[in-house]
Every structure is written in structure tokens, then in C-alpha cells.
Design a protein around this ligand. Structure first.
Ligand SMILES: N[C@@H](CCC(=O)N[C@@H](CS)C(=O)NCC(=O)O)C(=O)O
Length: 253
């Protein structure tokens, strides 16, 4: 029951954020070295940056910095000089940026061959709707909880607005587990079909997105979230099972 309500709330959250972070139109160039984002899952400004990363289909390494977190916050503060999130580090250009609107403008200028969304729109409609979305999730994905660390980053295949992937990202943030996001935003109308329906109707469907194709080749289907843990060899679909796994493997509560 709780998880059904939680999922409904997550669906409402994606609606409040106007379903940004659903579609993907890949960047013209991909970073050679992975970008690093110091992030709080339920921070409205961090959400805007993650939405842009889904839209541009750019992989990112998230180092979660929830409030009261001690694992990655000191590193972010040392590098950036202050505790403010989102904080993006691009090892390809050695740029380090604060401010969501500046980060989004930088991502488009550096990696895309098209204009970014207007700064005015980001700072008004997008920020206001993202704040509403964060309000709906209240404390979820905001505060650290006791956990054991993972040696290697986990890998999460998903897209920003997925109500199911959000539940997993929140837990990864609370447990302060670093993870790579492999973005599988939607690019074709068939991507909107439920996975079992798509598998049945078009078993040979060729996905357009790089990560969609890679996930299909790896698992035989495209569904978000899909979590891989290189520390244990575990790989799972289904948000509920993933949450159980993360709690069992990493929570110290
Ligand atoms: N104008 C900044 C605002 C960033 C901001 O206020 N972030 C909050 C989190 S939502 C923060 O860093 N708080 C400090 C903390 O959590 O310790 C932006 O758009 O990136």
C-alpha cells in the first residue's frame, strides 16, 4: 500500500515537473571522460540539470551529497569551495560549475549543436515546476541515512522523469552510493508502449538511442530502472526489488 502511494506520488512529481527529462535528442558530441555531478536527488536545481542530461543523452557519474551526508560532501566542498548543489565537474575541459542555468547552458554549448532552453524559461517555469515537484517528494532523496560504502560506482539505466527510476535514485542518494546514469530517454513513439506490449508487438524493434540499444543488447528488453552493481555482480529490473537489494546490501539502519 505504502509503495503504491509512493509510486502515485512519484507519478504526480513527474507531472509537476511537466515530464521534462523524458525525451532524448542526443548531443552532437559525447564527453570522452565521464562528467561528474555532485547532486541531491530532491533538490529542484539538481533535477533541472539531470533533465538536461537525459535530454542530451549524456552519461554522468553522480556523487550524491544529501544533507547530513559525509561521503562526497567534503570532496565537493574542497573542489568547489562551498557546499552548493548542483556542482558539475567536467574532466574534459577542467571546468567546474555551480548554478543550474549556467550548467545547462554549458552542457548545450559544449556538447550539443543546438540552442539551450532560454535562461528565462529555466529560471521561471522550469525552476517553479521543479520546486513543486520537490515539494511533493518532501524529505525523500534529501537526507543521508547510515550506510556502508561501495568500492565501485553502481550503474543505473533510466531517464529522469521515470517514476520508478526516481525511487531508486532517492535511495542511492540517501545511502550516498555513487552511480553512473546511462540515459534511456524516449526518442520514438514506440518507446511510449509498455515494455511487455512492445516486446510482443515488435520483438525486433530497433531503438534509436545509443543506451536503449545497448540495454536491449545486454538484457533483451528496454525498461527503467535497471541497476547493475559491479561490486557484487547483481543486476536487476523492478524498482521494488532494487530497493530491497540496496537496503540489504548497503543500509546500516
Ligand atoms: N541558484 C542555484 C541554487 C542551488 C541551491 O540552492 N542548492 C541547494 C540545494 S536545493 C544547496 O546547495 N543547498 C546547500 C546544502 O544542501 O547544503 C542553482 O540554480 O543551482
Amino acid at each position: 500500500m505504502t509503495s503504491a502511494l509512493n509510486l502515485l506520488n512519484s507519478l504526480a512529481t513527474s507531472s509537476a515537473a511537466l515530464w521534462r527529462g523524458t525525451m532524448s535528442r542526443p548531443a552532437a558530441r559525447q564527453p570522452v571522460e565521464t562528467l561528474v555531478l555532485y547532486d541531491i536527488e530532491n533538490c529542484p536545481y539538481c533535477r533541472l540539470v539531470r533533465e538536461a542530461l537525459t535530454e542530451l543523452e549524456i552519461e554522468v557519474l553522480i556523487r550524491p551529497c544529501p544533507k547530513r551526508g559525509e561521503r562526497f560532501r567534503p570532496e565537493a566542498e574542497r573542489l568547489g569551495g562551498r557546499a552548493q548543489f548542483p556542482f558539475l565537474v567536467d574532466p574534459n575541459t577542467e571546468r567546474q560549475l555551480f548554478e543550474s542555468a549556467d550548467i545547462i547552458a554549458y552542457l548545450y554549448a559544449t556538447y550539443a549543436d543546438r540552442k539551450p532552453p532560454s535562461q528565462l524559461r529555466i529560471k521561471t517555469v522550469d525552476t517553479a515546476s521543479s520546486m513543486l515537484a520537490s515539494g511533493l517528494r518532501t524529505r525523500r532523496g534529501m537526507f543521508a541515512r547510515p550506510s556502508v560504502s561501495a568500492e565501485k560506482p553502481l550503474v543505473l539505466w533510466g531517464f529522469e522523469s521515470s517514476p520508478y527510476a526516481r525511487l531508486v535514485r532517492e535511495r542511492l542518494c540517501e545511502l550516498e552510493l555513487a552511480y553512473r546514469v546511462r540515459p534511456i530517454g524516449k526518442a520514438q513513439w514506440q518507446d511510449f508502449a509498455l515494455t511487455p506490449v512492445r516486446n510482443r508487438l515488435w520483438p525486433e524493434f530497433e531503438h534509436a538511442g545509443t543506451y536503449r540499444r545497448a540495454l536491449k543488447a545486454k538484457t533483451g528488453q528496454v525498461m527503467a530502472p535497471y541497476l547493475e552493481d559491479p561490486n557484487t555482480g547483481v543486476a536487476l529490473f523492478e524498482s521494488e526489488e532494487i530497493l530491497e537489494y540496496l537496503d540489504e546490501a548497503y543500509s546500516r539502519l
